[in-house]
Design a protein around this ligand. Structure first.
Ligand code: ADP
Ligand code: MG
Length: 277
């Protein structure tokens, strides 16, 4: 290369850097010198160089998008499918959960997923794990303790902004409402929760966990008619997973005690009870 063509290349390089700043393409800016060098060395056609650059940018955007969606989802940390022991809930099919974790049909059609079971049986863990898997495949998810969300909606209602608060939640393909039965009638008096359920019905999916079967849901909603209407909408298109097993926490605590060489007979039911929740 002559001195003047070298100078032209470095002027081009400087212009590219400036333009990439202006176009806000930091990913391209970081990778292009390396790709350009390889392209020059191996004599790539221009289209091949451009394709490699575009592919890199697309993958980078995808990664950043997933990171953003993971952060906004507020999922409990470290609860994934990889750390979920399916053997401790034999009535839950791993294949079915894996299919749900891919999203697709049920999220596209706004169907719901309901997880029932006593405390400590892995409902929050499994819902979070499904959330993580869905985000990794490109869906948007929000995990909320139901009481927190109801509180937020009620603040919105007082500010005459309930409708827009509910509409904002539309951006999430899946809304995970953890522990719906912890909501008390007092809290839900103004029926914000019902309005949310009605608004998402057949459009946007919800994953709801509950310690209590439907029979006890009368405590959540202001009256019987609203309870029935809410349950009706939730179950119309829903997969229900019953996790009626012993508390995982309790089992783990028992195993730890056994591990310390303490005979199980020393663990009184009272003591075990204290280990849950
Ligand atoms: P729930 O929401 O049903 O009350 P959690 O999901 O909070 O129960 O589970 C209680 C604890 O036990 C958590 O630390 C969770 O990670 C763990 N756990 C529960 N079930 C399982 C399981 N099947 N495999 C692995 N860990 C589990
Ligand atoms: Mg829970």
């Amino acid at each position: 290369m002559t001195t003047s063509s070298k100078t032209a290349v470095s002027i081009d390089a400087a212009r590219v850097e400036l333009l990439l700043n202006e176009l806000r393409l930091p990913g391209v800016k970081a990778i292009w010198p390396q790709l350009a060098a390889q392209s020059d060395k191996e004599g790539w056609p221009a289209a091949r160089f451009l394709a490699a650059l575009a592919e890199h940018e697309a993958a980078d955007r995808q990664r950043r998008r997933t990171e953003r969606h993971m952060a906004e989802a507020r999922l409990p940390a470290a609860k994934t499918l990889a750390t979920f022991d399916f053997e401790s809930v034999p009535m839950v099919s791993k294949a079915q959960v894996m299919a749900l974790a891919a999203g697709d049909v049920w999220l596209d059609s706004g169907a719901n997923l309901l997880l029932f079971g006593p405390p400590g049986t892995g409902k929050s863990h499994l819902s979070s794990a499904i959330g993580v898997a869905l985000i990794e495949t490109g869906w948007r998810v929000l995990f909320q303790r139901t009481t927190d969300l109801v509180q937020r909606l009620q603040v919105a209602r007082r500010e005459l902004a309930l409708e827009s608060a509910i509409a904002k939640l539309d951006r999430y393909d899946l809304l995970i409402l953890d522990d719906i039965t912890y909501v008390t009638k007092d809290q839900a008096e103004t029926s914000a929760l019902f309005e949310l359920i009605a608004a998402r019905y057949e459009r946007r999916s919800m994953l709801i966990t509950a310690n209590q079967p439907f029979g006890e849901w009368g405590k959540i909603f202001p009256d019987q008619a609203m309870t029935l209407a809410a349950v009706d909408r939730l179950v119309h298109h829903a997969t229900i997973l019953e996790m009626n097993v012993e508390s995982y926490r309790r089992k783990a605590a028992l195993e730890r005690k056994r591990g310390r060489g303490r005979p199980p007979a020393h663990v009184t039911p009272k003591k075990i009870e204290e280990d849950t929740d």
